[in-house]
Design a protein around this ligand. Structure first.
Ligand SMILES: O=c1nc[nH]c2c1ncn2[C@H]1C[C@H](O)[C@@H](COP(=O)(O)OP(=O)(O)OP(=O)(O)O)O1
Ligand SMILES: [Mg+2]
Length: 204
């Protein structure tokens, strides 16, 4: 059974590949790249929208293929901004905004509050869609954001985010360290037994 990842985000793909023993295929390798409208009201809804869209397209394109689809919808929330950017993290600086645009918009929003740092947390919802059903799990990572960029590892808002218990930003920490503590790593730890269960069902 093929594990297909319903994401166009290279940083997520890199982290999933590092965290999964199984081979992970990017949906674009099977279907070509395209955008999915993420108009859900929650991380969970958006994760399901992405996984269902790719599952449906795969069924149409490869009717006899054996696969299940995993998606990730995630974002960063600042209590001082009433939870923004939250589910809008990818388009915080507008439709078509890139990681850098969003990062600097958030730095400016922190500065505009007269703050040098402020609590923040990441949320990830991982959805699994398969012939045996649909599942959603969540993970969180708490910490703080600072008013500047430090390091160039990770992706997205990582260069301004310092996880609780650390002095460095995720821009300065390796993927292996991030995966052990991250929202995505925690959600994937919950998804793994579901993936194993689906594989067992598939054999029997
Ligand atoms: O670990 C992370 N480290 C840094 N930034 C992160 C992380 N996790 C989510 N983020 C930010 C990036 C993006 O601004 C938004 C996710 O938006 P989200 O729609 O889930 O992903 P996306 O559009 O980049 O790829 P896709 O929807 O194809 O999976 O939150
Ligand atoms: Mg997206």
């Amino acid at each position: 059974m093929k594990l297909v990842l319903a994401t166009g985000n290279k940083g997520k793909l890199r982290e999933f590949r590092q965290m999964c023993q199984d081979e992970v295929v990017a949906f674009s390798d099977l279907l070509g790249a395209f955008d999915i409208v993420e108009d859900g009201a929650t991380f969970a809804e958006n994760a399901l929208i992405k996984a269902r869209t790719i599952y449906k397209k795969l069924k149409e394109t490869y009717p006899s293929g054996n696969y299940f689809v995993i998606s990730d919808d995630s974002g960063i929330s600042l209590p001082v901004l009433d939870g923004a950017p939250g589910i809008y993290s990818a388009r915080y600086a507008g439709e078509g905004a890139n990681d850098k645009d969003n990062l600097y918009k958030l730095i400016n929003a922190v500065k505009a509050k007269g703050l040098k740092e402020t609590p923040a947390y990441y949320t990830a919802a991982i959805a699994i869609v398969s012939q045996y059903g649909e599942y959603v799990v969540h993970g969180w990572m708490h910490g703080k954001v600072i008013d500047k960029v430090r390091g160039d590892k990770g992706f997205g808002y990582d260069p301004m985010f310092i996880p609780s218990g650390f002095e460095k930003t995720l821009g300065e920490l390796d993927d292996e360290v991030k995966s052990k503590i991250s929202h995505r790593g925690k959600a994937l730890a919950l998804a793994k037994p579901i993936i194993q269960m689906l594989r067992r069902k598939d054999i029997h």
